[in-house]
Design a protein around this ligand. Structure first.
Ligand code: NOJ
Length: 768
């Protein structure tokens, strides 16, 4: 048996401990303890109860009867209720309750509040954590001005199956990129001081393996081996927690037969005991009640018992804690200490936010007026939107289009669809404030004639608009064909068994292509679409997702060359849904696919390869990679091996390149993925400029969970790949040596042991 090393990361211990110290400083603890001591059982259960708001003519409000419940202390938090003036009035009512405990206002602030940024998968396509952090920061600045304290973001679920509608809400398929994005978003929402009036609690969701929904069907079971859970699905949560996320949301799905809302092992075990996390665990919408249909609780009371025992602090929507737990606590079936622990976490969150000092500090009508949709917020949204666009194909330099073109035809219903421009989860965003693709093009080329035809929409098979589309295409010097999904064809519960262009749009592409005009396809979607049926036959394709308020401007910036595209796919683009699940970091199998060898792992009707691989994305310039070198041919467990490469801009215009580093552990005691992302760097290069890029590789980058669930590194050969995508890479090799220091893991299992190299927290790996 191969010698192995178990590794620990001291940084996690320190960061978890310091977060704990902040949240549970002696003053906070004394304050919270004295409050808990004065609370009745019903008041305690009220603090654990989260009530949904309702949308009326005047905006979101508490539901009927809600104000009385606040006065009676029966609500700890609301979701979907915001507005500076309104939340202030509700806090005034809360201060009329016996113990005067302020309310928490929560909402899904996912990719912007009023200024809408690109949907999360698009933000991940920027591979720019600083810009993504700024997006979350701006979202928090706007949302907190409208009275919100708590966002249900970031969603950090890894998604390897594009049929799953919620792939749009996360950072894609890779745990490394996903971890970096998770941490960036947490930092953005929470800032460095949660008591500041423009920072808010971030929620890492949905814990855990929600994206592994079998068949891509939302809410379905996640049938995931424990090692895959640890290596793929848990790391972004760990990164979020390590970045200080004060809240985590349980996921609807089961893992290994246990619905997460009832999983003591995952919530109290992994999150709290192993990782040392002491934040607020919120259920998902009716997640507590759903333990009944899952079949682990006979009735709602039993569901409440299971969830509270597992460590779910806040009961969103179900109201089971409030309505059912009281007699069970009195009879001893539910321990008062479990109730108190959950209540303490709610009160600590309120304390950290400064609500006991001033319950109105987030409800500031002046700030609300000044910050929403501020010019610098829109500018940041436009910049990130440009970076999120992925140029998939650009034959014969079809793009950028000349601004001097006489007539440009814009075709497709999505080109004018403000709601889809913003994407799903738009908080206070307004479709009429979003710059659509058609608007953006019109603004960018005021002296061209821009003609528009709807052509087809994504929801119906209606082809009656084809003739008009063909007519305007014929008039034009170039056609921008905007096709894809409208925003309700991805996101929650919007799963698709076929992930090509919905409706009559494939026919529209064929009809427009047949005019012989230069066609640029702009894809708008929440998932990587399967476009093999037409990708070969159009010269240029850009994947533009849903980019938010500034979408049209950003798309036009790239179309006409004011911005050079630099986004890279955070997900694999399949040829067809039949290939799902499809992801770059797959295992090799004993029979890796080989053309013309039948008994290898592939299909007889479709190639096994993706249409566009993970990490792919073109630029208007070209980059070459040379001189890949390692600082040493061998590495010892405590060493840092430096991987360097020279990247040159060999084209004629400045551009950004995202340089990607992958590794492969050639032989392991468990099979290892064929490639694993372990670093990336965004560079700006002038024409002719060369920059040398270096990536440090340490023990933690080579580690994986073995069958005993220890995090280990194993001596042997590793391949290193550096390049412009997961497939176009240069290759080198090194050996991990020195088995002398191999010992058993010294720390007990219930201690945090590992984190991803989140910026600023990369050091501290100790091999024992
Ligand atoms: C259900 C979704 O699964 C979750 O992501 C969201 O935060 C809640 N609803 C609240 O809107």
């Amino acid at each position: 048996m191969m010698a192995r090393l178990a590794i620990v990361c001291a940084a996690v211990l320190v960061s978890a401990a310091s977060v704990a110290a902040q949240a549970r400083g002696p003053r906070a603890t004394r304050f919270v303890d004295s409050l808990v001591a004065r609370m009745t059982l019903d008041e305690k259960l009220g603090q654990l109860t989260q009530v949904p708001g309702r949308w009326g003519d005047t905006g979101p409000t508490v539901p009927e009867g809600g104000q009385e419940e606040i006065r009676r202390g029966q609500v700890g938090s609301f979701l979907g209720v915001f507005g500076a003036g309104y939340t202030r009035r509700m806090q005034e009512i809360a201060l009329q309750s016996r113990l005067k405990i302020p309310l928490l206002f929560a909402h899904d602030v996912i990719h912007g509040f009023r200024t809408i940024f690109p949907v999360s998968i698009a933000e991940a396509a920027s591979w720019d954590p600083e810009a993504v952090e700024r997006s979350a920061r701006i979202a928090a600045i706007e949302a907190t001005a409208a009275g919100l304290h708590w966002t249900f973001a970031p969603m950090v679920d890894i998604a390897r199956d594009a049929r799953w509608g919620r792939i749009v809400e996360g950072a894609g398929e890779d745990p490394y990129l996903g971890s970096i994005m998770a941490a960036a978003r947490v930092r953005g929402f929470q800032g460095t001081d949660l008591s500041a009036s423009n920072t808010m609690l971030a929620t890492a969701k949905h814990f855990v393996a929600y994206g592994a929904a079998e068949g891509g069907r939302d809410y379905n079971i996640a049938d995931v081996p424990e090692v895959t859970l640890r290596d793929i699905y848990l790391p972004p949560f760990h990164a979020a927690v390590d970045a200080g996320a004060r809240s985590v949301m349980a996921s609807f799905n089961e893992v290994a037969g246990v619905p997460v809302h009832a999983s003591e092992r995952l919530i109290d075990g992994v999150l709290r005991a192993e990782w040392g996390w002491n934040g607020l665990l919120v259920s998902d919408w009716t997640g507590v009640l759903e333990l009944v249909p899952h079949g682990v609780a006979a009735d709602s009371a039993a569901a409440g018992v299971l969830a509270l025992r597992a460590g779910v602090d806040v009961d969103m929507v179900s109201r089971i804690y409030l309505n059912k737990l009281s007699p069970l606590v009195r009879s001893g079936r539910v321990a008062m200490r479990d109730v108190d622990a959950a209540v303490r976490r709610v009160l600590h969150a309120k304390y950290e936010l400064g609500l006991f000092t001033d319950p109105y500090r987030y409800s500031d009508t002046t700030r609300e007026r000044q910050t929403l949709l501020a010019a610098d917020h829109r500018a940041a949204a436009r910049e990130l939107a440009r970076k999120a666009i992925v140029l998939l194909k650009n034959e014969g330099r079809t793009l950028p289009l000349a601004k001097s073109l006489g007539t440009i035809a814009v075709i497709g219903s999505l080109a004018t669809d403000g709601r889809s421009t913003n994407g799903n989860w738009t908080a206070a965003g307004r479709p009429e404030e979003a710059v659509t693709v058609l608007d953006g093009i019109r603004r960018a080329v005021p002296s061209s004639r821009v003609v528009y035809a709807r052509g087809a929409d994504s929801a119906t098979a209606d082809t009656s608009g084809f003739a008009e589309a063909v007519r305007v295409a014929r008039e034009a010097d170039a056609v921008v064909l905007v096709v894809g999904e409208h925003q309700e064809q991805s996101a929650e519960a919007n799963n698709r068994a076929f992930i090509g262009l919905p409706g009559a749009q494939e026919g529209l592409v064929r009809a427009v292509r047949a005019t012989g005009k230069p066609v640029v396809v702009v894809l708008m979607s929440g998932r990587p679409l399967a476009i093999a049926s037409f990708a070969d036959s159009v010269p240029a394709i850009m994947n533009a997702w849903y980019l938010g308020t500034e979408m049209g401007n950003a798309v036009a910036d790239v179309l006409f060359g004011d911005a050079n595209p630099s986004g890279k796919l955070p997900v694999t683009m399949a040829r067809t849904a039949g290939q799902m699940p499809l992801y770059y970091n797959h295992k090799n199998t004993g029979r890796p696919p080989v053309v013309d060898q039948k008994y290898t792992s592939k299909y007889i009707d479709v190639p096994w390869t993706p249409l566009y691989p993970f990490g792919h994305g073109l630029s208007y310039t070209t980059f070459t990679y040379r001189n890949l070198r390692l600082s040493a041919p061998t590495m010892r467990p405590g060493d840092t091996l430096v991987v360097s490469v020279d990247v040159t801009n060999t084209g004629d215009r400045a551009g950004d390149e995202v340089v990607q580093l992958y590794i492969r552990d050639e032989v392991g005691t468990l099979t290892r993925p064929v490639k694993e992302l372990r670093g990336f760097r965004r560079l700006t290069l002038q024409p002719g400029e060369t920059q040398s890029v270096s990536f440090p590789l340490g023990a933690k980058d080579l580690a994986f969970h073995d069958s005993a669930l220890d995090l280990v590194i194993e001596p042997g050969f590793f391949r290193v790949y550096v390049g412009t995508s997961s497939e176009r890479v240069e290759e080198a090799r090194f050996e991990l040596v020195d088995a002398r220091r191999c010992t058993k893991r010294v720390l007990p299992r219930a201690v945090p042991r590992f984190t991803w190299p989140v910026k600023g927290r990369a050091g501290g790996v100790t091999c024992r």
